[in-house]
Design a protein around this ligand. Structure first.
Ligand SMILES: [Fe+2]
Ligand SMILES: [Fe+2]
Length: 331
């Protein structure tokens, strides 16, 4: 059905007023099933709104917290070229955070509230950023594996049903694929370098492989939110399917590097056409999500401290905006 016509039936306030909740829910689902986007001013079930706020703000927090493990290496990048690329990459992540906070704000939550939720532990961020970056190859492994996993997830989110989130994903995905390539370039240089460099690359792969797989979340049959998320097309593919997609794409890349994936059970399955893998250590996953990973406290302390130190910048920006508005109103 053409968008205008379809939209009129769903969104027209006079019609909506006469609908009861069941009729609204039905129209909402039909609209989603027709692959239309839900926009901020449209009627939506409260649970759809909170589901999106939780997912988008968690995504935004991950972009911002994810700057910390990499920022740690800006001053120690081995060449000026590597430093410039890393700076550009980290700056992109800040931009991704800002897009996503803005997308979440359209659902009626303020940026301050989201930051509060992060600081009190009510909102989460990706557990992968609670692991330390011990050597330069870790920057390669993060770009290759962590950004590679992120882009696998985010490509599918370009078709998410909430308009502002879907549109943010298009731009973000373009930048994420550059991040994945910059990481792979570092890994390639090290894997084909001296014996010591190759060992560093292997060590980084050993430490980042499993946390990268954990980024896709629990198995779908263990995840209570998957069903509603799929029904409302907030999520467009299951955790296990996305994880498998990432594994199938990444294993040949590690072979090209001459590095070994740290999973003795990894093997190609002719019948399914996918790689079989060993099981993720879910105890470790749950521990890190619950706040007891190697760097959880460090990441949060750093974020809180910088947020407090930056209070004057926010106050100055708000005062400046008020002044501009006052001047505009005077004319
Ligand atoms: Fe990003
Ligand atoms: Fe990235």
């Amino acid at each position: 059905m053409p968008r205008k016509q379809h939209r009129a039936g769903y969104y027209d306030k006079k019609i909506a007023k006469r609908m009861d909740i069941q009729e609204k829910l039905h129209a909402f689902q039909q609209y989603i099933d027709a692959e239309e986007k839900i926009e901020p001013k449209d009627w939506m079930p409260e649970e759809y709104r909170t589901h999106n706020i939780r997912q988008i703000s968690q995504h935004a927090h991950s972009e911002v917290i994810g700057m910390q493990p990499e920022g740690n290496w800006i001053t120690r990048a081995p060449t000026l070229r590597a430093k410039k690329i890393l700076l550009a990459k980290i700056q992109d992540e800040a931009g991704h955070g800002l897009y996503l906070y803005s997308a979440a704000e359209t659902l009626g939550i303020s940026r301050d509230e989201m930051i509060q939720q992060l600081h009190t532990g009510k909102a989460k961020y990706s557990s992968v950023f609670n692991y330390p970056t011990l050597n330069w190859a870790d920057i390669g492994a993060i770009g290759w594996l962590v950004d590679g996993a992120a882009v696998t997830n985010q490509l599918s989110l370009r078709r998410t049903s909430f308009g502002p989130y879907a549109r943010a994903m298009f731009r973000i995905c373009n930048e994420e694929s550059f991040h994945q390539r910059q990481g792979y370039e570092i890994m390639l240089k090290m894997a084909k370098g001296t014996k010591d460099q190759k060992e560093m690359a292997q060590d980084a792969l050993n430490r980042w492989w499993w946390p990268a797989l954990m980024m896709f979340g629990p198995h779908d049959n263990q995840s209570s939110r998957t069903t509603k998320g799929m029904l409302w097309k907030i999520k467009r593919a299951g955790n296990d399917e996305l994880r498998q997609r990432f594994i199938d794409k990444t294993v040949p890349q590690s072979e090209f590097l001459g590095l070994t994936i740290p999973d003795a059970a990894l093997s190609w399955n002719e019948t399914t056409g996918h790689y079989d893998t060993g099981e993720i250590n879910w105890d470790e996953f749950n521990r890190v999500v619950a706040g007891d990973g190697p760097c959880n406290r460090e990441r949060m302390d750093h974020h809180k401290r910088v947020h407090e130190e930056g209070a004057w910048v926010r106050a100055a920006a708000a005062a400046f905006a008020d002044k501009q508005k006052g001047m505009a109103d005077a004319f």
